[in-house]
Write a protein that binds this ligand. Structure first.
Ligand code: 6PG
Length: 259
């Protein structure tokens, strides 16, 4: 197993402070981007409060929406107006409520023949946006990639023991079966594409996540467990932003793993 990357643990007091801290990091990355900024969002319940917050003041009026491009790290293979669509949810919670130009929103097109066809089309879209067919650690694809943590340790739609975890060439792949509910086919960015970012930001909140977060952060590579979130790497910073309810009991904010 590859050595772990040094990461930073930030502990927010509660769910509101967690969303606030995530919004501030997101805005900071957008402001640092030289011209346009590229943000890769995530699904699940974790980012909902952040998304709602971005649609309120001061963010709604002050964010430079016209120069931010929004992507999705994974999506369920359902139409965008389905309540289970990740991009559909992000649109309802904030993108449709702020002055984000529609051309800046890049959903995974799920109304096609198969998850694999959708994956190929999204990979083409990402390469076109990036202006290159290869990923270069010196010129990341994204400014910030938001990540969640599933109860089985999955992140994006990269489930334990799935072949997609070892993909090194493709940027996006189709996932026939999800390892966890909702049991829908998915489309997901691969680890190399997700790693191509100035900041990877895991957002984890609530007491229900404490056990899995403890296992992932312990980095116990000797266990039989496969915890994909623990395998995620970033070309830039790797941040675990968690609330107190989710934080492992023995952990304090700070640097996590020495490289
Ligand atoms: C998805 C997600 C997924 C999510 C985790 C955590 O489409 O399901 O992108 O990777 O981030 O499952 O989800 P919760 O926050 O709902 O537990």
């Amino acid at each position: 197993m590859a050595s772990r990357q040094k990461s930073e643990l930030i502990i927010a007091t509660d769910a509101q402070a967690l969303a606030q801290a995530a919004a501030e990091r997101l805005l900071a990355r957008i402001r640092q981007a030289e011209a346009r900024a590229a943000i890769c969002l995530t699904g699940g319940s974790g980012p909902a409060q952040l998304y709602r917050l971005l649609a309120t003041e001061p963010y709604r009026s002050s964010a430079p929406w016209e120069r931010v491009h929004w992507f999705m790290g994974d999506d369920r293979f359902v139409p965008i107006d389905d309540p289970l669509s990740n991009m559909g949810t992000a649109r309802r919670l904030f993108l449709d409520l702020v002055p984000a130009p529609p051309r800046n929103i890049h959903p995974i097109e799920t109304e096609t023949t198969s998850p694999d066809a959708a994956a190929r089309a999204y990979e083409t879209e990402l390469k076109r946006f990036h202006g290159a067919d290869r990923l270069d650690p010196g010129r990341p694809l994204f400014d910030l990639v938001l990540m969640g943590l599933g109860d089985d340790g999955h992140t994006a739609s990269l489930f334990p023991h799935a072949a997609a975890l070892d993909e090194r060439e493709r940027w996006v792949v189709g996932v026939k079966e999800a390892g966890l509910e909702p049991f829908l086919p998915r489309v997901t960015l691969t680890f190399p594409a997700l790693a191509s970012t100035r900041e990877m930001l895991f957002l984890v909140g609530g007491h229900d996540k404490r056990q899995i977060l403890t296992r992932v952060l312990s980095g116990d590579d000797l266990s039989e467990e496969d915890l994909p979130a623990g395998r995620a790497r970033s070309n830039g910073d790797l941040i675990w932003l968690v609330d107190r309810a989710a934080a492992p009991e023995d952990r304090h904010a700070g640097s996590l793993v020495e490289d």
